[in-house]
Ligand binder design. Structure first.
Ligand code: GRF
Length: 205
């Protein structure tokens, strides 16, 4: 099998999706491996989980830094680890246009709604208040538009009667933990197949 795609996962919080990505990878023959877990918050809970999993971590506070200056630091770290794909997993910081340009088409994010509905924060409460029948999560390619890039995978759950945003969030999170690893795996397989040289005309004869 071709070399695994080198993935850098960015987190700001508890990091349960990052753990799910790593655990899925360990359960079988996958197309990716996590070579760095980065954070803009050295206190992020998920960093401990990454350490326990033996993943290399990098954390630096963004406080007091210009957005792009911080992203340049991050970019240097990712490139230093030869990262090919960046997976955002609860990374609570807007990326600068410069960074998105550098990694165009190679940044994925998981968002807790059925995009294009409910971009931004507080998605479950808004979906319940609007009387939606379904909620869910989406994996999408990151572009400059917040939560607006092409969606590559979605999982749907039916909203139950009298369900609170917290209950719904918990059920959707379970879906995220399956959806994100599978979507990342397929994304990386596709990337590798595009990267592979095509059969030359001489070989075809
Ligand atoms: C998840 O709900 C994800 O959809 C959103 O942020 C949350 C991150 O959770 N982008 P975790 O840090 O992966 O546990």
């Amino acid at each position: 099998m071709a070399d695994k795609v080198r993935v850098g996962v960015l987190i700001s919080g508890r990091g349960s999706n990052m753990v799910a990505l790593e655990e899925w990878k360990r359960r079988g023959e996958r197309s990716y491996r996590i070579v760095m877990v980065g954070s803009n918050d050295p206190e992020a809970r998920g960093l401990m989980a990454a350490k326990i999993l033996g993943l290399p971590i990098w954390a630096e506070s963004h406080k007091g830094m210009e957005r792009e200056a911080f992203d340049r630091l991050l970019d240097a770290q990712l490139k230093g680890q030869e990262v090919e794909v960046v997976a955002l997993a609860g990374y609570m910081r807007l990326l600068s246009p410069w960074f998105i340009q550098q990694w165009q088409g190679r940044i994925l994010n998981i968002h807790p709604s059925l995009l294009p509905d409910y971009k931004g924060l507080d998605t479950h409460r808004r979906a319940i208040l609007a009387g939606e029948q379904f909620a869910g999560c989406s994996v999408h390619v990151v572009t400059e538009e917040l939560d607006g890039g092409p969606v590559i995978a979605q999982a749907k759950v039916r909203i139950r009667e009298r369900e609170t945003p917290e209950m719904l969030a918990e059920r959707v999170l379970k879906e995220e933990h399956t959806l994100y690893p599978e979507a990342l795996d397929i994304f990386c397989q596709t990337l590798r197949s595009v990267d592979q040289p095509t059969i030359s005309s001489a070989e075809k004869k």
